[in-house]
Design a protein around this ligand. Structure first.
Ligand SMILES: [Zn+2]
Length: 453
C-alpha cells in the first residue's frame, strides 16, 4: 500500500532513494527560483561560492551548502526591507508583495515579530498539508470543530481556521483569547467532535468545566483533541490524563511554517510524529550541531534540522537553520503500522550539553525524570558549575519528590533515576532528591539549567 506520496516500497533504503528523487526534482526549480532574489538569497549563494544554480548538481551538493537563514538573520532581513522598501517581510521576500495574500507571525522573547508570508499557492499547499493532518486525526469533512489556539497572528491561528474551512470541517473559531468560560459555552452550543487546544488549555478546561457548565469534559462528545504549541502530549502522564478526562484520542502536531507538517498517531505509547509533508518540504536535512556537516539520513539519525520548502513562493525557508535537534525514525511505526518517516524533537541546538563526549539535551533528562511520575513532581534542575556546553562529570541533577513521598524512599528513587539515565543515555548523573515545592515555579518557560556562581 502506498502512502500519500505514492511511494509503495517498505524497504528503507529504497524509500529514502525515492524521497531523494522527489526532493531533487522539486529542488532544482526552487534553487533557480530563490537565486532570482538578488537582495538576499543570491548573496548567500555567492558567499557559499555558488555563481549559478547549475553549480549545484545533486542533492548532496545542496546538502553541503551552509545555512542561509536562521531566526536572527530573518529578523535582520525584515528590518532591512522595512528601511529599504517600507515593508517588514524581509529582503528574502521572493514573490511580488501584491501576491502575498496571507500573513502570520510569531513574536518570540525579543518581542519583535517574525513574519510568515503566503501567496495564494502557498496557502493552498498549506491547506493540503493540514488536511492530511486533520484526516490523520480522524476529522472528516462535515465534522464540527472548535478552534481554541491563539488566533492573533499565530500560524496555528487564522491559518489553521482557513485550512479547516477549506477542508470543510466547520471551525467555530473562539480562539484561546476567548477565555475558558466562552470556550466551554461554545463547545456546549456547537457540539464539536474535535477540539483544537494546547495541552495546558485542555487541562484547564478539565478543571473548570464542572463549575462553568455543570458537567465533566467527558460528557462533551469530543472524539479528537488536536494539540500543538507545547510539548506536553509527548509526556505519557499528560497524555494519559487528557485521554482519560475527555475520552478522546489525543494528537500532537506541528505545522504551518513553510509547509512543515507533522502529527503523532494516537496508538498506545508515543512514537514521535509522522512526517506529512515530504513532497513539499525538506524539514529534516540534518547536520552535526557542531561541525555543521550533513549527516547520513537513516533510522536513528539525530542532528540539527535545516529546513527548505520545496515549492514555496513568498519568503521561503531555504536552508533555514531551525535550531531544533531532531531524531529520525524510518520504517514501520510500532503504534499504527504506517511506513515512513517519523521524527522526535530532542532539544534545541543551543541547549546541548557535552559530558566528556556524551551529548545530552535537557529534554532527554526531563523525559527520564517524567518516567518516574507519580513519585516525582516533574520539576527538575540541571545544576552546572560553568557555562555549557562542556560539563565536567558528574552531571548534577536536582529532582523534586512528589507531594507526600516518604523521605525513606528518596535514596532508592535517586538511584533508580541514575540507573535509568545510564541505560538510556549512557550517562550516569548524580541525582539529589528535593522536598516537594523546593524548586520555584514560574508561568514563564522555566529554565531547566542553573549555573552556580
Ligand atoms: Zn504511528
Amino acid at each position: 500500500m502506498s502512502n500519500h506520496l505514492g511511494i509503495d516500497t517498505r524497504d528503507p533504503a529504497e524509500y529514502l532513494a525515492a524521497l531523494d528523487r522527489l526532493r531533487w526534482d522539486k529542488l532544482q526549480k526552487q534553487i533557480a527560483y530563490v537565486f532570482g532574489n538578488e537582495d538576499y538569497y543570491r548573496l548567500r549563494f555567492k558567499e557559499a561560492g555558488v555563481d549559478s544554480p547549475d553549480d549545484i548538481r545533486s542533492l548532496d551538493d545542496f546538502r553541503r551548502l551552509p545555512a542561509f537563514l536562521d531566526k536572527t538573520l530573518h529578523r535582520e532581513s525584515q528590518e532591512q526591507s522595512l528601511e529599504r522598501y517600507g515593508h517588514p517581510y524581509g529582503l528574502h521576500l521572493t514573490a511580488p508583495l501584491d501576491k502575498v495574500i496571507h500573513v502570520a507571525a510569531t513574536s518570540g522573547t525579543t518581542g519583535q515579530p517574525t513574519f510568515y508570508c503566503f501567496t495564494r499557492k502557498d496557502q493552498e499547499i498549506n491547506n493540503i498539508i493540514l488536511a492530511r493532518m486533520f484526516k490523520a486525526a480522524g476529522i472528516r469533512p462535515g465534522d464540527p470543530t472548535l478552534h481554541a489556539f491563539g488566533l492573533s497572528l499565530w500560524l496555528a491561528g487564522v491559518t489553521y481556521v482557513q485550512a479547516l474551512e477549506a477542508y470543510g470541517a466547520r471551525p467555530v473559531a473562539v480562539g484561546a483569547e476567548g477565555g475558558i468560560t466562552k470556550i466551554l459555552r461554545y463547545i456546549e452550543y456547537t457540539r464539536p467532535v474535535a477540539l483544537f487546544a494546547t495541552p495546558s488549555l485542555a487541562q484547564s478546561l478539565i478543571e473548570r468545566a464542572p463549575a462553568e457548565i455543570g458537567k465533566e469534559v467527558a460528557a462533551l462528545g469530543i472524539r479528537t483533541l488536536f494539540c500543538t504549541g507545547e510539548p506536553g502530549v509527548g509526556i505519557p502522564a499528560v497524555r494519559q490524563k487528557l485521554e482519560q478526562a475527555y475520552g478522546a484520542k489525543v494528537y500532537d502536531a506541528t505545522g504551518g511554517a513553510w509547509h512543515n507538517g507533522t502529527i503523532s498517531c494516537a496508538e498506545s505509547g508515543y512514537h514521535g510524529m509522522h512526517y506529512m509533508a515530504d513532497d513539499y518540504c525538506f524539514r529534516y536535512d540534518l547536520v552535526d550541531p557542531i561541525t555543521k556537516q550533513p549527516l547520513e539520513l537513516k533510522d536513528g539519525a539525530t542532528g540539527e534540522a535545516i529546513h527548505t520548502a520545496l515549492e514555496y513562493q513568498a519568503a521561503p525557508a531555504f536552508r533555514n537553520a531551525t535550531g531544533d535537534i531532531l531524531k529520525l525514525h524510518l520504517g514501520e511505526c510500532p503504534g499504527c503500522g504506517q511506513f515512513g518517516i517519523r521524527m522526535e524533537i530532542v532539544g534545541r541546538a543551543d541547549d546541548m550539553l557535552n559530558v566528556k563526549g556524551v551529548k545530552v539535551y535537557p529534554s532527554a533528562l526531563q523525559d527520564i525524570v517524567s518516567g518516574f511520575l507519580p513519585k516525582v513532581s516533574g520539576q527538575l534542575r540541571i545544576r552546572l558549575k560553568a557555562q555549557p556546553p562542556r560539563v565536567e562529570p558528574p552531571l548534577n541533577l536536582a529532582v523534586e519528590a512528589a507531594e507526600g513521598l516518604p523521605e525513606s524512599e528518596w535514596e532508592g528513587l535517586a538511584g533508580a533515576i541514575e540507573q535509568r539515565s545510564r541505560d538510556i543515555l549512557a550517562l550516569r548523573p548524580r541525582v539529589t532528591i528535593l522536598p516537594f515545592g523546593a524548586l520555584p515555579r514560574s508561568s514563564q518557560k522555566t529554565k531547566m539549567i542553573e549555573i552556580a556562581g
